[in-house]
Design a protein around this ligand. Structure first.
Ligand code: 8YV
Length: 344
């Protein structure tokens, strides 16, 4: 294509029109319509190969651009940000979660941080519901039998899972995604329970018919299905610790489409292996892309490769959000999706 490779030689000073456009460096390959629009609007440097940038390449990029568009695969910690150049003004994350960025340090250094909330809510809730269904109804296990040519015919006692209707779903984190999951869960006949820093508004609680548990411990002990839907922050790291996981009932199932760090993955794997809980559906891992080897050997888990927001529509919408944030900021206004540390 006509895109510049991100490691290309520094080009000569641009003509006056181009010079007015902000220099935007995108760290990964984004959907074509997003990249096309970015190139129209900004002086954009794309990553056509989609190879994740090294720490040194990120520092180099931050020294040469007004706006960096990173993703979850770019770890912008305080050490790296302290090496960032003077030119950088905005870090417009392609993604809702910003745990890959030390937002406080970024702000101290004068870099605004934005994210892409709202546009991946329904897709992520769909994937969460899929994991709930897959892990209770053994969907992946059953599909694997047929694909391996092993279907021997119907049997009254074979491939039995567990009924969803009438069970209790406990949602940890009742933000946009938690609420979207609650709606789906209610439609499947689940009773909806949640733990959050504070209760949702009475109007939302009534609409969702959701029961608030101030004590996560007490909620965990009473749920059939537990879903993690909160952001990863210092306060939620290992929120599902070994101690808390032990509060779950043996027939309970845990699903996570948020961030792996929220669950003690080693403790979860051990409990699954010992049959102390019934199953798990995971889309995210504590040390991504590594997956705890114990999990890989278990039959009672459904493991997906971080694809909660992976729809064509969702990824284009995310890109559009990034563009709106950059444009608004460059026009001298507060970008709509600014993240401030007190929100985290
Ligand atoms: C993104 C996600 O694909 O938005 C998030 O928080 O986890 C995913 O939807 C990823 O973060 C891209 O940066």
């Amino acid at each position: 294509g006509f895109a510049e490779p991100f490691k290309g030689p520094t080009s000569a000073p641009k003509a006056s029109m181009a010079a007015k456009k902000p220099k935007v460096i995108v760290t990964r390959k984004l959907p074509d319509p997003v990249e096309t629009r970015m190139r129209e609007l900004f002086d954009t440097e794309l990553n056509v190969d989609d190879r994740p940038m090294t720490a040194d390449e990120l520092v180099d990029a931050m020294g040469r651009c007004d706006v960096l568009v990173p993703t979850i695969t770019d770890r912008l910690d305080s050490r790296l940000l302290s090496r960032a150049g003077e030119r950088l003004k905005l870090i417009a994350n392609f993604g809702a979660g910003v745990d890959n960025i030390d937002v406080a340090t970024a702000n101290q250094r004068g870099f605004i941080v934005t994210n892409t909330p709202g546009v991946l809510t329904e897709d992520t809730a769909d994937l969460t519901m899929s994991l709930i269904m897959a892990s209770t109804r053994r969907i992946v296990e059953g599909a694997a039998v047929v694909q391996a040519g092993g279907f021997q015919g119907w049997s009254p006692t074979w491939m039995l899972g567990r009924r969803l209707w009438g069970k209790r779903l406990g949602i940890i984190g009742m933000g946009r995604i938690g609420q979207a999951l609650a709606r789906r869960g209610a439609a499947f006949g689940l009773s909806i329970h949640y733990h959050n820093r504070k209760p949702v508004s009475p109007r939302v609680a009534e609409e969702l018919g959701a029961t608030y548990w101030e004590s996560l411990d007490q909620m965990l002990a009473r749920m059939d299905i537990v879903s993690v839907n909160c952001p990863h922050t210092p306060a939620t790291y290992h929120l599902l610790s070994a101690r808390r996981l032990k509060l779950l009932q043996p027939h309970a199932v845990v699903v996570n489409t948020a961030r792996g760090e929220i669950i003690d993955e080693g403790a979860l794997a051990n409990m699954l292996a010992r049959g102390e809980i019934a199953g798990a559906g995971l889309d995210v891992y504590e040390h991504e892309p590594a997956v705890n080897p114990k999990l890989l050997k278990l039959p009672n888990v459904v493991l997906l490769p971080h694809m909660g927001s992976a729809t064509v529509e969702g990824r284009i919408d995310m890109g559009e959000k990034v563009i709106v944030n950059i444009k608004t900021f460059m026009d001298g206004h507060r970008p709509p999706d600014r993240v401030i540390p007190s929100m985290l």
